[in-house]
Each structure stands twice: as C-alpha cells, then as structure tokens.
Design a protein around this ligand. Structure first.
Ligand SMILES: NC(=O)c1ccc[n+]([C@@H]2O[C@H](COP(=O)([O-])OP(=O)(O)OC[C@H]3O[C@@H](n4cnc5c(N)ncnc54)[C@H](O)[C@@H]3O)[C@@H](O)[C@H]2O)c1
Ligand SMILES: O=C(O)C[C@H](O)C(=O)O
Length: 354
C-alpha cells in the first residue's frame, strides 16, 4: 500500500503530468479539490496561449488574484515549463498545465472564465488585420473547445484582430448552439489603460485618478477615445485632442516599432487583461457597479458588434451602455470607425459562414 508520504508527493507533483484520459481527469479534479481545501473559494480560470509574451505575465498575475482558485495554463508549446514555474508561487490558486490539442478539452472542462491570448503578434509594417490568416483558425479551434467543454464560461478574447476574432467566436458558438452574447467579450482594456496614462500625462494627474471611455473597436481609427467624457471632467485644446486621439489609436504601433520585430505589447497587455478579468470575476461574484469597456454584441450602433462601457454581472455583460453625448470631433471619428469596423466584422463572420 502506498504510504501517506508518497501519496502526498504524487499529489503535489501532479501538475507536471497533465491528464489525458477522462479517468485521469477525474483524479485531477479530486486532487484539485484537495489542494484547494482550506483556501478561499474562487473561480476556475483557463488561459489559452499561456506560454506566450502576454500569456506568461498574465498567468503570473492571475496566480496572484485572490478570486482565482484554479488556474489552467494551455499552450501548444512550453506549457509544462511555465506551469512548473508559476506553480511555485505561494498564492492560493492551484495551477495545472496542458500541452497541445489533445489536452485542450481537459484544460477547458469546468472553467468559469477563459482568457484567450493565443496567436501571432504583429511585426513592424503590419496591420492587425494582417494577422487574420493565422489567428482566425486558431480562435476558431479554441472556441470550438469552449463550446464543447465550458459553454457557460465567460470568454475574454485578446487575439488580434479583435474586430474580426470576436465575430468569429460568435459564429462558432452560434453553430454549436451555445452562443450567449453577454458572455463573449473582446478585450479593449489596453486602449483604456493607454488613454488614462496619456491623458494623465497631459493633465499632470495621477493616472489612477483618470478614467477615459474608449469605444468602437481595437484597431487604428476604430479605437475612439471619448475625451469629452473623461473623468475628472477636463477640457482639451484642439491640438491636445488631436495628439491624444492619435497617440491612443497608435499606441499598439508605438510598441510594435519600439520592439523592432520582437512582437507587440505584452506586459501592459497582461496588466490590462488582468484588470479586465478581475472585473469579470467580481461581476460573477455578484459585486454591484462593475463597469468596463469591451467589444461586444451590441445595438448601440447599426453594427452587430461595438465596444462601449458594459456592466459586468453574474451572467457576463448584463448591460451595454449607450455612447452618451459626443462632441463634433468624436462624431466625425465615429463615422470613420464604423466604416472600418463594418468590414472587419463582416470578414470574421464570412470566415465561419463561407
Ligand atoms: N487585444 C489587445 O489589446 C491585444 C494587445 C496585445 C496583443 N494582442 C494580440 O494577442 C496575441 C498574442 O500576442 P503575444 O505577444 O502573446 O504573442 P506570442 O507569440 O508571444 O504568444 C502567443 C502564444 O500563443 C500560442 N499559440 C499559438 N497557437 C496556439 C493554439 N492553437 N492554441 C494555443 N496556443 C497557441 C503560442 O504558442 C504562443 O505561446 C496576438 O494576436 C496579439 O496581436 C492583443
Ligand atoms: O498593436 C498590436 O498589434 C497589439 C495590440 O493590439 C496593441 O494594441 O498593443
């Protein structure tokens, strides 16, 4: 008979050999329950693309989040290494790694929140739309897994081009009969984070005191900061408005150029992703008044998807807010944003319906 000590050793090293079969999975769930015992109850979160530039710091920050009890790290490469590393952090969440397509279903089963930063990033000279060819297929496969294994999970989709990948995910879920528009959220939080930072610089404020809604989508002119609705209420000269709007719209390109071929924003994105995921988890917990911007199915404009402020609750984005009053500069920006967005959304829909 195995000694108690051996059983304990087997239990704590379980993360090094992720499960394959259903039987092994049920053992894993038992071990997970066991490890989580005594810890605060929390949510089960999966990160798909966890070994990447965003995935790794995102995994680290989610391991530090007290609302997370179980953290599943999935990637097609290096998931065991990242998992072993992160699992040594003395925080509450139980971490398990899953490597490659055969383990996708185990990674997703039972999850409350699935965060997807899987896919290729830009290099200088590329647009986000240039990533469509590779990332569309990746997002389709991963969302098929979500539809099968955790159809009620909230999905935070980071993979670019977000303006097309969110419509792709929606079509996959519709096909599977699991689509709930409230649960599918394109992550545009980095645009808000940038807007808060750049506006704070101009106003000479602490960025933590600033809140700028950013609406539309997540690429170039589709990124529309509503400076007229910034908090604290502030006025900007036409030059400041032009500078800030352009800088927020080009924030991603600024990082891509500075990294000079080594990828796009990863650290600020992981920060923004965790800020957004934490808001989703607080909503799931039932906290009142959790409001963030996200790219979501919407009736705010004539387009089927649009980023605006949403109220996050137990069922996901329970309320989608209207745009509010826009000034003339923002009204012109909105027309430009809608034109480009319409094409990107249609491209995503056609990819699945073709
Ligand atoms: N929404 C945003 O604001 C925002 C911000 C920054 C980056 N992004 C996007 O996020 C994506 C990832 O960026 P990154 O810098 O982390 O890239 P990266 O190349 O460093 O990491 C991507 C990871 O995805 C993994 N991957 C590839 N195919 C996969 C699959 N089928 N299943 C699971 N994992 C898979 C890779 O192995 C890699 O580890 C890019 O598309 C990028 O454009 C979005
Ligand atoms: O710009 C990119 O390609 C990555 C991301 O969308 C960003 O805004 O930083």
């Amino acid at each position: 008979m195995e000694s108690v000590a051996n059983q304990r050793i087997a239990r704590v090293s379980a993360h090094l050999q992720p499960p394959n079969s259903q039987m092994e999975e049920s053992c894993v769930l038992k071990r997970t329950d066991c490890r989580a015992k005594g810890g605060a109850p929390g949510f089960k979160v999966a990160i798909l693309g966890a070994a990447g530039g965003i995935g790794q710091p995102l995994a680290m920050l989610m391991k530090m989040n007290p609302l997370v009890s179980v953290l599943h790290l999935y990637d097609v490469v290096n998931a065991p290494g990242v998992t072993a590393d992160i699992s040594h952090m003395d925080t509450g969440a139980v971490v398990r790694g899953f490597l490659g397509q055969p383990q996708l279903e185990s990674a997703l089963t039972g999850m409350d929140l699935v965060i997807i930063p899987a896919g290729v990033p830009r290099k200088p000279g590329m647009t986000r739309d240039d990533l469509f060819k590779i990332n569309a297929g990746i997002v389709r496969t991963l969302c098929e897994g979500v539809a099968k294994c955790c159809p009620n999970a909230i999905v935070n989709l980071i993979s670019n081009p977000v303006n097309s990948t969110v419509p792709i995910a929606a079509e996959v879920f519709k096909k599977a009969g699991t689509y709930d528009p409230k649960r599918l959220l394109g992550v545009t939080m980095l645009d808000v984070v940038r807007a808060n930072t750049f506006v704070a610089e101009v106003l000479g404020l602490d960025p933590r005191e600033v809140d700028v809604p950013v609406v539309g989508g997540h690429a170039g002119v589709t990124i529309l900061p509503l400076l007229s609705q910034a908090k604290p209420p502030s006025s900007f000269t036409p030059e400041e408005t032009e500078y800030l709007t352009k800088r927020i719209q080009d924030g991603g390109t600024e990082v891509v150029q500075a990294k000079a071929g080594a990828g796009s924003a990863t650290l600020s994105m992981a920060y923004a992703a965790v800020k957004f995921a934490d808001a989703c988890l607080r909503g799931l917990r039932g906290d009142a008044g959790v409001v963030e911007c996200a790219f979501i199915a919407s009736e705010v404009t004539e387009l089927p998807f649009f980023a605006t402020k949403v109220r996050l609750g137990r069922r996901g984005a329970e309320e989608v807010y209207q745009l509010g009053p826009l000034n003339e500069y923002e009204r012109v920006g909105l027309q430009k944003a809608k034109k480009e967005l319409a094409e990107s959304i249609q491209k995503g829909i056609s990819f699945i319906r073709k």
